[in-house]
Ligand binder design. Structure first.
Ligand SMILES: NC(=O)c1ccc[n+]([C@@H]2O[C@H](COP(=O)([O-])OP(=O)(O)OC[C@H]3O[C@@H](n4cnc5c(N)ncnc54)[C@H](OP(=O)(O)O)[C@@H]3O)[C@@H](O)[C@H]2O)c1
Length: 345
């Protein structure tokens, strides 16, 4: 399995390390022998080696020089785009930075590999928000695979759960706690923190981005809802502005305590519901009764309640956030990709 990796930040590095640490089990249990033949960043260089890049050397060079390549002036380095279109590889792994407003570049990388009949795994939400169905259809047409478990709710099994455990079911709705930063803040506020102090704490612990607006104003949850609507309910892509979004910035202590007194909790809920031929998506803080399992999704964790035509309600929760958990979701996608390729042989 020759891997071309785009993005060598927190997730890219964690993925390389996980693949290296799991090389024994990948080989013995799944017959997978992975090597990274190309790794690209936006501004810190690109490296390639058909025989396999020595990850330890790369990590050391990265930490000492901040670059992947030796950075020799005048050397004609490949770009990420060149690598996608020109190199020989079996799987493209995209963990470049997410940009919801202009995800055209990573989308083009993904299309470039799929067009060549090469499978793709991504942790980047941008291309999914823009064109998830189109990319899935392209993968089908090219008889290859496109997986993105890591892009929505990090390490919580979600799309793979729906794919494997709800096979043959119709998913009528999906509601969940999908933004860990907001959830963490709401929990701290219940214990007496102000919104600002709770946000500072979330930042210190590495849960919140330097600019947390996208999280606390509900937009990150809305993007996830829009992707879920496309993947699980066949909806078309929507403009972010068309989604009914309310974040947690206006949640008062009184509102939170009222919920706690009644035994429940306030949670930022993303709701995706099939309504006839259309799908509605909304994000807002809601008071949930104790009987609702989402009221027990605490801190920096995720939880989703599926409503299906076969099993009724099915609840999935996961604590998986951060680069290592995200990398694990990509490893799971990698194994599934290889199993599907092998099944065709
Ligand atoms: N961190 C998490 O826990 C987590 C969880 C779930 C999903 N994700 C998603 O996973 C992705 C990666 O996250 P991260 O935390 O690893 O981000 P990060 O640390 O900022 O790393 C992003 C990497 O992508 C590279 N990059 C950006 N644009 C590129 C381009 N056009 N071509 C090639 N490389 C490009 C960057 O290059 P430079 O090094 O030159 O800047 C950097 O190496 C994001 O989409 C994020 O939303 C992250």
């Amino acid at each position: 399995m020759r891997i071309l990796l785009l993005g060598f930040g927190n997730v890219g590095r964690a993925f390389c390390e996980l693949v290296r640490n799991k090389s024994g089990v990948l080989k013995s249990s799944y017959g997978i022998d992975c090597r990274f033949v190309g790794i690209a960043t936006r501004s810190r260089g690109c490296v390639s080696d058909p025989e396999g890049i020595r990850i330890q050397d790369l990590l050391e060079r990265d930490s000492s020089t901040g670059r992947l390549d030796p950075g020799t002036a005048g050397s004609a380095a490949l770009s990420a785009g060149d690598m996608v279109s020109g190199m020989d590889y079996d799987l493209l792994v995209v963990c470049t930075s997410t940009t919801i407003k202009s995800p055209e570049v990573p989308t083009a990388y993904i299309k470039g590999a799929l067009e060549r009949g090469i499978g793709v795994i991504t942790s980047n939400k941008g291309p999914l928000f823009l064109a998830c169905r189109e990319l899935m259809d392209l993968a089908n047409r090219k008889n290859t695979h496109f997986f993105f478990e890591a892009a929505v709710m990090g390490g919580t099994p979600f799309f793979s759960f729906a794919r494997h455990c709800l096979t043959g079911s119709k998913i009528l709705s999906c509601e969940g706690v999908m933004n860990t930063t907001s959830n963490y803040i709401l929990d701290l506020m219940v214990t007496g923190s102000s919104f600002d102090d709770a946000l500072l704490d979330a930042r210190r612990k590495g849960f919140a981005e330097a600019d947390p607006t996208f999280d606390v104003e509900g937009w990150d949850s809305a993007v996830k809802g829009a992707i879920i609507a496309q993947v699980l309910m066949g909806a078309a892509p929507v403009a972010l502005e068309s989604i009914n979004v309310q974040g947690i910035t206006q949640v008062s202590l009184g509102f939170l305590m009222e919920a706690v007194r009644s035994g429940g909790a306030v949670r930022l809920i993303t709701r995706v519901e099939a309504e006839g031929d259309s799908v509605s998506i909304s994000v807002r803080p809601e008071v949930l009764p104790a009987a609702n399992p989402l009221s027990r999704v605490h801190g920096a964790t995720n939880g989703v309640l599926f409503l299906t035509d076969t099993l009724g309600e099915v609840f999935v929760a996961g604590g998986g956030i951060g680069p290592r958990h995200t990398a694990y979701s990509m490893l799971r996608d990698l194994i599934e990709t290889v199993e599907l390729i092998n099944a065709k042989k």
